[in-house]
Design a protein around this ligand. Structure first.
Ligand code: ADP
Ligand code: GN1
Ligand code: MG
Length: 375
């Protein structure tokens, strides 16, 4: 049965130039931000063809014109590379479908902004890792993505969310959320708040290194969750990196760290039983190997040295964001129940503690793999 939607999708879709007859949709809301629908069409040949329809979250992305300008630029650039390399652009790149008015998104009468992408066929995204090789495959895809965008004109990219991974400004936002205590929840979560406050010094480390020219600014994805890469159904290889809303200048360490945060956790991001949450060293190893295989040659030694720390920092940042949103009354991330953001922040903090314990081993694994690659 198809899930309920408050929107008249048929009317929205009619504003795009899609061949065939619209026959229905399926919700695909794995992400926490946009509303995603797989829409199906019956073509003249009788075959069914799917597209990906998304309601852009304009509470998060305040300027949809700039957002889509970035995405059209990046997808056009990547599509050309895929074609030049003899690949299949329908499966290996996201392509934006324009409206009948030649716009990259459609704004309905209520101001909702809708976009349509090609649907990546015979592929899936994962929430958790069953086979460790899958994680290495995701790593290769994200590493390759970063390399493909190495020469992208970064000055043309808009900052779709200002200071997205600026952990110093994230920390300041967090302090403000505690102080304002809009939802009246702060008194119930003092332990979690103290967890963040006691790690203030960590938040300036990468930001300062960037300022001091010790880390290079690159074009990065900035949201490298495992479910933001499509894996081939047969080979399990990472074929297309998706969710390009936050492609902006950033640090390679943001991308690496965020992947570890989500994919090397032995439990789900919102697991209530914290005894299940830990950093899997075998999965960490897989990711480092895959990532360095595709991106290693382009990284500086300092970037490699900070890979383990980035996993801790990105996990802390995400936990701080979940807790901040909980304090603000759940206005940013999609939640399924009232303490969802609180559960999410607790898993992140448990993971931070485990990463702190395992930092030496993570460093050792990283250097071991890096030295093999350098040979
Ligand atoms: P959000 O910004 O909310 O995270 P995503 O763009 O990541 O939204 O999309 C949510 C999910 O929808 C993805 O995790 C993936 O499973 C699926 N998806 C997104 N884009 C495509 C696509 N072009 N083809 C097939 N599946 C997709
Ligand atoms: C959001 O959209 P999604 O679910 O891929 C968020 C990320 C967080 C992540 C936590 C634009 O990612 O920054 O790390 O949730 N995206 C945005 O799961 O804020
Ligand atoms: Mg996503």
């Amino acid at each position: 049965m198809q899930a309920q939607t408050p929107f008249k999708l048929e009317e929205i879709i009619a504003n795009f130039n899609l061949p065939g007859e619209y026959i229905g949709y399926k919700l695909s809301n794995d992400g926490h931000i946009n509303n995603t629908y797989i829409i199906n069409f019956k073509e003249g040949s009788g075959k069914t063809k799917s597209y990906l329809l998304q309601l852009i979250n304009t509470n998060v992305f305040k300027n949809p014109d700039e957002l889509m300008e970035n995405i059209v630029g990046v997808t056009t650039y990547l599509r050309k590379i895929v074609i030049d390399n003899g690949g299949d652009p329908e499966r290996e790149s996201l392509n934006v479908y324009f409206t009948k008015d030649n716009q990259p998104y459609y704004k309905d009468a209520d101001g909702n902004c809708w976009r349509i992408y090609n649907f990546i066929t015979n592929a899936h995204s994962c929430q958790t890792i069953d086979d460790p090789k899958t994680f290495a495959n995701a790593a290769k895809a994200f590493g390759k993505f970063q390399c493909l965008l190495a020469d992208y004109p970064s000055e043309t990219l808009h900052e779709t969310i200002p200071n997205f991974h600026n952990t110093v400004s994230r920390f300041a936002d967090f302090e403000k959320a505690v102080e304002n205590d809009i939802a009246g929840r702060a008194a119930g979560v003092t332990q979690e708040i103290d967890f963040v406050l006691s790690r203030k010094d960590d938040t300036g480390i990468l930001v300062n290194m960037l300022k001091d020219g010790k880390l290079p600014l690159r074009v990065t994805h900035n949201d490298t969750k495992l479910n933001n890469v499509m894996l081939d159904n047969e080979t399990d290889e990472g074929i297309c990196v998706i969710d390009l809303d936050t492609v902006m200048p950033g640090l390679s360490l943001y991308d690496f760290g965020d992947s570890i945060r989500f994919g090397a956790n032995t439990a789900a991001e919102d697991e209530k039983d914290l005894s299940k949450v830990s950093l899997s060293l075998p999965l960490y190893r897989e990711y480092v190997a895959g990532y360095l295989e595709t991106a290693g040659a382009s990284l500086t030694e300092t970037e490699v040295e900070y890979l383990p720390f980035s996993a801790k920092l990105m996990t802390l940042e995400c936990g701080m964001r979940f807790l901040g949103d909980y304090l603000n009354g759940d206005t940013y991330f999609r939640v399924a129940y009232s303490d969802h953001n609180l559960d999410r922040c607790r898993t992140q903090f448990k993971l931070v503690e485990d990463i702190e314990r395992k930092m030496d081993e993570m460093q050792q694994i990283t250097q071991e793999i890096y030295s093999q690659i350098k040979k």
